[in-house]
Design a protein around this ligand. Structure first.
Ligand SMILES: Nc1nc2c(c(=O)[nH]1)N[C@H]1C(S)=C(S)[C@@H](COP(=O)(O)O)O[C@H]1N2
Ligand SMILES: [Mo]
Length: 245
């Protein structure tokens, strides 16, 4: 957290001007860093709105773990002990067919693998290969009702505000062909510290959108009643809800 605050104040110093005095204007700040790092590289997001795909040789040798600690609850420890056999992903809210998915159910759906870069607002990026289910495919199974506008992700880790981590996407972002419910990382099942058994991977958006340790997916008409109403844990602390790279 010290590092986060330090970087936020650095961003303030760097940008300086009055109209940018919001130290938590993280997206704009990161975009500047990403822009400068990418000036010799191809576009990060192409003109169809897709994140750049990388090659196996580009995969980072080490990939940081950068989040709240791995859940310590008895329930999560039991999942780890039984290799997530008793885990269920609950999918409901404003949908016509609420459902629970075991890990085996999720693994029986069509999967997709992609090598993309993860950009964290704290100033690091890393490339990895994720395989999982298209969130759009899961939404097709549960059938969002006409009222549904956002998809909320409920996670099993505890934040410093003693709430569980939460995030959200709108339906367009959720159905983006690169938005995955990732089950595997670099060819192996996700490890607990990287968000096992199911995490979001949204390569078109900043790292905090890629929620780890998801136990529930909830369709809602509005974000007003989620946390303090900004649509995610970090958004409620001042980060932007639209975290496009
Ligand atoms: N549940 C949960 N998901 C989370 C976070 C978190 O603290 N809790 N941190 C986010 C942030 S800011 C980043 S950069 C990535 C880090 O993922 P990694 O630890 O697998 O690298 O997870 C994102 N998803
Ligand atoms: Mo991050």
């Amino acid at each position: 957290m010290k590092r986060r605050l330090f970087l936020a104040s650095t961003a303030l110093t760097l940008t300086g001007c009055a109209h940018e005095s919001n130290a938590l204007n993280q997206t704009g700040w990161v975009r500047k860093i990403v822009d400068s790092a990418e000036s010799f590289d191809a576009a990060v997001i192409d003109d169809r709105g897709n994140a750049k795909l990388y090659l196996p040789r580009d995969i980072s040798a080490t990939f940081p773990i950068d989040s709240f600690p791995t859940p310590a609850s008895g329930a999560y420890r039991m999942y780890v002990r039984d290799d997530f056999a008793s885990y269920r992903l609950h999918a409901g809210g404003a949908v016509e067919s609420p459902r629970e998915f075991s890990l085996r159910d999720l693994r029986s759906l069509r999967s997709r693998s992609q090598i993309t870069r993860h950009d964290c607002v704290e100033g690091w990026s890393a490339i990895g290969m994720w395989r999982g289910v298209l969130l759009g495919d899961l939404l097709t199974l549960i059938v969002p009702s006409s009222k549904a506008r956002f998809v909320v992700f409920r996670c099993m880790d505890m934040t410093f505000n003693h709430t569980l981590y939460y995030e959200s996407l709108d339906l367009r972002q959720a159905r983006h062909p690169q938005t995955l419910l990732a089950l595997d990382f670099n060819g192996k099942p996700l490890r607990p510290e990287h968000g096992a058994p199911v995490r979001l991977r949204v390569p078109t958006q900043l790292g905090y959108k890629s929620a780890k340790w998801i136990y529930r997916i909830e369709l809602v008409p509005s974000l007003a009643n989620i946390g303090s109403g900004k649509g995610g844990f970090w958004e409620d602390q001042g980060y932007e809800w639209f975290a496009g790279i």
